[in-house]
Design a protein around this ligand. Structure first.
Ligand code: UDP
Length: 350
């Protein structure tokens, strides 16, 4: 019997965990215990994913959300350490790049418990992003580094990580996208907003939300575009728009964050996607939608190189101009694996 403790806490991690936990059903010799750090805690940022994606209910649910980075990571570290001492797992599994990722890995390494990091090796090369620090440090102390692409592997090799620890397994979010593409659900409110066509947008990256001129420039660019924008808005961004007293342009329809099944529907039915999310950039590609990225750099460099994604930053003129000059693209799928990433990970671990 192998005992894995999965540490997660934020929306993109629930979605990745859904693929892994579903695959684990075929491996009765592996026990998975989920520790939810509570980094995201609203019903529509957390519980909805456990319910609709059949993610096993966390055995441990911490309350570390809504704090500064140091306080959050510190409290997670302390509480996860205690759980690891009680449970003595064979492995700790972490996903992505949040504070929960780093805290889970750090607690494990000090107790000499092997660490698997899924979605390893991604780099924005922007150390002002908290996510970048979380990634670099987690990768340095992980034992199994599961990377989605060859470029991610090269990033790790350049940081001196031994090749034998690195496994190119594709992107676990592709597994999820394939599984849910024919289970997508139209949001209940959609018909009432009366749109024949729309552009899906998400904004939540701290570098955009925590800067009034960037956030207002994005909103301005979206207004100039004259597109019908549907914007399921992250609680952080809602808070900042209120704090800065920004007006929401007429052509932007703001809605509450949606569950994954509704998100997939919106992605699949949109004309194109505008986002600063890491995960949504890839989902745009999986559903063959052009993506405009509201950042200066991306971890998903292949998508830009192949012309499926444009990095426009936050300049309103650039946002306007790209929205109105898109050329039709023929998408070639397959650059992030074959949709069997969770299976490959489990085979390697077991
Ligand atoms: N997502 C969702 N509902 C929303 C917005 C996003 O289910 O209202 C999903 C999205 O489909 C993707 C994931 O959340 O799978 C991305 O998470 P997020 O953008 O919060 O984080 P990032 O990927 O940037 O780390």
């Amino acid at each position: 019997m192998m005992k894995i403790i999965t540490v997660l806490g934020a929306r993109p991690q629930f979605i990745k965990a859904a693929a892994f936990s579903r695959e684990l059903i075929n491996y009765p010799e592996i026990e998975e215990i989920i520790v939810h750090t509570g980094q995201h805690y609203d019903q529509n940022m957390s519980d909805v994913f456990f319910e609709e994606m059949n993610i096993p209910y966390p055995k441990y649910k911490l309350q570390t959300g809504g704090k500064t980075h140091g306080a959050m990571t510190g409290q997670q570290l302390e509480q996860i350490e205690k759980i690891l001492l009680d449970e003595s797992p064979d492995l700790v599994l972490v996903y992505g790049d949040t504070n929960s990722t780093l805290a889970g890995a750090l607690a494990a390494v000090k107790l000499h418990i092997p660490i698997a990091h899924v979605e390893s090796g991604l780099r924005s090369f922007n150390r002002k992003m908290p996510e970048e620090i979380n990634r670099i440090l987690t990768d340095q102390i992980s034992d199994y580094l599961f990377v989605p692409s060859e470029s991610a592997k090269q990033n790790l090799l350049k940081e001196g990580i031994s090749e034998h620890k690195i496994h190119v397994v594709g992107d676990i979010m592709y597994d999820v996208s394939l599984f849910y593409q024919d289970k997508a659900v139209k949001p209940k409110w959609f018909d009432s907003i009366n749109l024949d066509n729309f552009v899906l947008c998400t904004i939540h990256r701290a570098e955009n939300t925590d800067n009034i001129s960037k956030l207002s420039s994005i909103l301005n660019g979206l207004e100039l575009s004259k597109k019908n924008i549907v914007l399921p808005l992250h609680p952080r961004t809602v808070g900042k728009i209120k704090q800065y007293g920004l007006n929401i342009p007429q052509n932007i329809k703001i809605v509450e964050p949606v569950g994954y099944l509704e998100m997939v529907w919106l992605e699949m039915n949109s004309d194109f996607i505008i986002t600063d999310s890491g995960g949504v950039q890839k989902e745009a590609y999986f559903h063959q939608k052009y993506c405009i990225t509201l950042r200066e750099e991306t971890e998903w460099v292949e998508l830009v190189e192949l012309g499926f994604n444009s990095l426009v930053g936050t300049n309103s003129q650039k946002i306007f101009s790209i929205c109105n000059n898109l050329v039709n693209k023929t998408f070639t799928l397959g650059i992030y694996g074959n949709g069997h990433t969770s299976n490959s990970i489990i085979n390697i671990l077991s």
